[in-house]
Design a protein around this ligand. Structure first.
Ligand SMILES: Cc1cc2nc3c(=O)[nH]c(=O)nc-3n(C[C@H](O)[C@H](O)[C@H](O)COP(=O)(O)O)c2cc1C
Length: 169
């Protein structure tokens, strides 16, 4: 699959088969995540890979929109101890978002389905996730990614709309 095809093929999958994911594939997802760009190359991220069923069940209740069942969850966190000091410290959000999208695209390329569920900036969701995973103070969960073999088919597409584009020549 070429890169452009992969970008269109990536869709939010909300129904997964129960089959576990091979550790080698999980490793490739994490390799892809950490290949993402980050401001000043600070890499202010941490990835909590959740195999444990009880923890995954608990994560479903992080928000009313995260109530999905998948054999694997990866919680992408900003590590504020590694983020930029000064006024630019919020760049961790963009850095971790780039890493998240890399995981989604790599999942698609590897034949897996994925779903990005937002956590940050909803305070209740952040707090619940911190308790479930026992996160240290410096870790802020940005999002929860569900991953598994897809049990639904979604069509590849772009959502291109000329109205979103402003050409300045
Ligand atoms: C920051 C962010 C948060 C999201 N949170 C959720 C969520 O909590 N639950 C969910 O089912 N989908 C969530 N989504 C997925 C979007 O609903 C989905 O990307 C959008 O409807 C477009 O569909 P597509 O991903 O198939 O292109 C989220 C996506 C993003 C980028």
């Amino acid at each position: 699959m070429d890169t452009i095809e992969c970008i269109y093929q990536r869709r939010s999958i909300r129904k997964f088969k129960e089959d576990p994911i091979d550790e080698g594939l999980i490793d490739q997802l994490l390799q892809a995540a950490m290949a993402a760009p980050s401001a000043c190359n600070k890499q202010p991220w941490a990835f909590y890979v959740v195999y444990n069923q009880e923890k995954r069940e608990a994560l479903r209740k992080v928000s009313k929109y995260s109530n999905h069942q998948a054999p694997l969850a990866i919680v992408v966190c900003g590590n504020t101890k590694r983020s930029l000091s000064t006024k630019a410290n919020d760049f961790w959000i963009q850095d971790c978002s780039a890493a998240t999208e890399n995981i989604l695209l790599a999942s698609t390329a590897l034949g897996l389905g994925s779903l990005w569920c937002g956590i940050y900036p909803v305070k209740s969701s952040i707090q619940r996730t911190k308790i479930i995973l026992g996160l240290p103070k410096e870790m802020i969960p940005l999002g929860l990614i569900y991953i598994g073999y897809p049990d639904e088919v979604k069509l590849a597409r772009t959502q291109y709309a000329t109205s979103f584009v402003h050409h300045i020549r």
